[in-house]
Design a protein around this ligand. Structure first.
Ligand code: NAD
Length: 354
């Protein structure tokens, strides 16, 4: 298959591109605008592969996307391009509305026109895979309840509201125009090449350098953590084997409070990285004013993708986190320029991130 991946220079999109090229026979066209969140270094391992091609462009540019589709003739589109940072959506929601809602609409229309021209034999097998978040479901109490695919949408932040809107658009294109849409909603990802403004890389890098570790509220908010390599494999299955009109929840069955995450990072760094003169890294933890509308808990029931598509997360939080920390220790040349340019812990001020 040839797969057009949007947002393939971002964190999860690049993991998808690397997985498709390294572990399957599929070809990839990576369409990315290269916003601040993109790094071409994250696709450097595959850039010479003849089955991989990069196309710089904007999903909002219907003419560009239509010409690309007609020229490349993909069998599937995996749509990951988005504005993805919750704190940024609170400070300035405009880009989230444009990219996540209007951008998804423009892309759906480009793809629908392309798909309508395909011969019947290819039309039925085509897939438009819209990649979304569990944040569309709102939040859960601190008990053992889980989000299922039937949980009603109740987004809290401008980011999650924009993703919820785009999910509804994608499913409406299935019901109204019969475009073969599949949808997936996943929990918080972590792993190599994660942009240094997000919670786990920010804490790893601040902890490494002995800077303070800002944690919202008392750090009680709970997230289900999914290793990005596991997620990439799940997404490839949904895109190639998912049933049109269906959504799939993807989670790691790895619930942790934010405080536990940061403490585990501190302890792992104390073990793997040079010690700090100031003592154990847990002393760097600094509780800061909570984020407005901060969801208490997210947790995914991944039974459908596990039973229907045979996927299961392979990494536990401890194994995935250790791999991730080792990757940051070994890949300073990737994160140092990004961090020095824009996202040192000092400049983030009181902000932490997910
Ligand atoms: P990211 O911010 O790392 O990457 C987004 C990519 O999209 C960037 O490379 C950017 O250049 C590109 N992009 C942005 N606007 C574009 C446009 N108009 N045209 C073309 N490209 C554009 O995001 P991510 O963390 O990799 O997330 C990917 C997808 O997964 C998003 O849709 C996000 O909502 C969803 N998601 C992410 C998480 C997570 O934990 N990171 C969790 C659930 C869902």
């Amino acid at each position: 298959m040839k797969i057009l991946v949007t947002g393939g220079a971002g964190f999860i999109g690049s993991a998808v591109c690397r997985h498709l090229i390294a572990d399957t026979d599929h070809s990839v066209v990576n369409l990315d605008k290269l916003t601040y969140a993109a790094t071409l270094g994250s696709v450097a391992p595959i850039e010479e592969n003849p089955r991989y091609r990069f196309a710089r462009g904007d999903i909002l540019d219907r003419r560009f996307v239509s010409e690309l589709l007609d020229a490349e003739k993909p069998d599937a589109v995996m749509h990951l391009a988005a504005e993805s940072h919750v704190d940024r959506s609170i400070d300035g929601p405009g880009d989230f509305i444009q990219t996540n809602i209007v951008g998804t609409y423009e892309l759906l229309e480009s793809v629908r026109a392309y798909w309508a021209k395909l011969p019947d034999s290819r039309k039925a097998n085509f897939r438009f895979h819209h990649i979304s978040t569990d944040e569309v479901y709102g939040d859960l109490p601190l008990d053992d309840s889980l989000f299922t695919e039937d949980t009603p949408y109740a987004p809290s932040s401008p980011y999650s509201a924009s993703k919820a809107a785009s999910d509804h658009l994608a499913m409406a294109w299935f019901h109204t125009y019969h475009l073969p849409v599949v949808l997936s909603n996943c929990s918080n990802n972590y792993g190599p090449f994660h942009f240094p403004e997000k919670l786990i890389p920010l804490m790893i890098l601040n902890g490494l350098e002995g800077r303070r570790l800002p944690v919202y509220g008392r750090g009680e908010n709970v997230r289900d953590w999914l290793y990005v390599g596991d997620h990439a494999k799940a997404l490839a299955l949904v895109a190639t084997k998912g049933v049109p009109g269906r959504s799939y929840n993807i989670g790691g069955r790895n619930e942790r409070s934010n405080l536990t995450v940061v403490e585990t990072i501190c302890d792992t760094l104390d073990r793997l990285a040079p010690p700090l003169n100031t003592g154990p890294r847990r002393q760097l933890i600094d509780f800061v004013t909570d984020r407005p509308g901060h969801d208490l808990r997210y947790a995914i029931d991944a039974t459908r993708i596990e039973t229907e598509l045979g996927w299961r997360a392979e990494e536990t939080f401890d194994t995935g986190l250790e791999k991730t920390i080792r990757w940051y220790l070994d890949n300073e040349s990737w994160w140092r320029p990004i961090r020095e340019k824009r996202y040192s812990g000092e400049r983030l001020g009181s902000k932490t991130a997910e």
